[in-house]
Design a protein around this ligand. Structure first.
Ligand code: FES
Length: 95
């Protein structure tokens, strides 16, 4: 287990920032109580968790890129929240 933590914040919402262990899977710890992000499949297929991300995290996998190009073509900050590797502090905004 990593002992490093990352702050996940939700600008322009009333949700307070969350401090989560590095590499934590967001779909396992963001809930409707603690975040504005909604999840569906949690495996990178449905696109429900589409968000804009600000922060220095690893780029999307080829599979994630394919979905992003289909549902949000041309935006470089959009990601699937369930597929993010949490390596740094990030800001999440809903689209
Ligand atoms: S929850 Fe379905 S793509 Fe993320």
């Amino acid at each position: 287990m990593s002992d490093r933590y990352c702050v996940v914040s939700f600008p322009e919402t009333d949700y307070p920032p969350l401090t989560l262990p590095q590499h934590q899977n967001l779909s396992e710890c963001l809930t409707i109580q603690n975040s504005p992000v909604l999840f569906g499949c949690r495996t990178g297929i449905c696109g429900t968790c589409l968000v804009a991300i600000e922060g220095n995290i690893p780029p999307a996998s080829e599979e994630e890129k394919e979905i992003l190009e289909a549902i949000a073509p041309g935006s470089d900050r959009v990601r699937l929240a369930c597929q993010i590797d949490l390596t740094n502090d990030i800001k999440i905004t809903l689209l």
